[in-house]
Design a protein around this ligand. Structure first.
Ligand SMILES: CC(C)(COP(=O)(O)OP(=O)(O)OC[C@H]1O[C@@H](n2cnc3c(N)ncnc32)[C@H](O)[C@@H]1OP(=O)(O)O)[C@@H](O)C(=O)NCCC(=O)NCCS
Length: 202
């Protein structure tokens, strides 16, 4: 079980965030995932700012939908719930070689990270940065050579995470949906200033 510490003034001190692996065989995990996806779809603040309108047009998910899409999917992916004493804050995950990636060099193993902190009150507390570091470590463990991520231009917090010294994210283009694509080469296995998993205090 991986737990990181996040220090937040808004939360009144240090909180622990656990990365709990999503297991598709567990119905309660699928129900929780469906609840989180649906809450995101219905959150005007989140979907309006961070995601384009097509995201909001997706239909609501049931636990069975989640189970079917994860069981039947051909994607190589791992997903985590971000759990604190304040409840489930959101999810993060890593997809290996998703079809929509721009970077397709023959020998590349591309990791596509995803992070979603559900409630606006829980954003900006360091959880996203901790999640991104966790996904980079998982990518390294999985033999990923490049991280590719799509970020909408208005997503200041994610852009801030990517521009952090040490990650070395380079913009490689734009996707049709208006997002910008960034690439991080991790062939040498180093992430510069990336901190150890137990210390994300600011
Ligand atoms: C984007 C997201 C994952 C970031 O996670 P977060 O926990 O909210 O962000 P963090 O607290 O880790 O802060 C990230 C950076 O933004 C900075 N930041 C915090 N609040 C900020 C603010 N109001 N304005 C500008 N920068 C801010 C932090 O200092 C940090 O930078 P640092 O690493 O250089 O210190 C999260 O806000 C989220 O889930 N948003 C909605 C979904 C989404 O956009 N997902 C990503 C799709 S690519």
């Amino acid at each position: 079980m991986l737990v990181v510490k996040v220090r937040s003034d808004a939360w009144g001190g240090t909180s622990e965030v656990e990365f709990r692996r999503f297991e598709v065989a567990k119905v309660e995990h699928c129900q929780l995932m469906a609840d989180l996806v649906n809450a995101t779809l219905q959150d005007d603040d989140l979907s309006g700012k961070a995601f384009p309108s097509w995201f909001r047009q997706q239909s609501l998910q049931s636990a069975a939908d989640i189970q079917a899409s994860w069981s039947g999917g051909t994607q190589d992916a791992e997903e985590y719930f971000l759990v604190s004493d304040r409840g489930v804050l959101g999810t993060c995950g890593l997809v290996i070689n998703p079809p929509h990636r721009l970077y397709k060099a023959p020998d590349a193993v591309v990791g596509w990270p995803q992070i979603s902190i559900l409630k606006s009150r829980d954003r900006g507390q360091g959880v996203g940065r901790a999640a991104f570091s966790h996904l980079l470590r998982r990518a390294r463990a999985r033999g990923v050579t490049h991280i590719e991520i799509g970020v909408f231009p208005q997503n200041e917090l994610m852009l801030q995470i990517l521009s952090r010294k040490g990650f070395g994210a380079a913009e490689i283009g734009a996707a049709g949906n208006g997002s910008r694509r960034f690439l991080i080469e991790i062939e040498d296995g180093s992430f510069g200033n990336d901190r150890p998993s137990t210390d994300f205090a600011r």
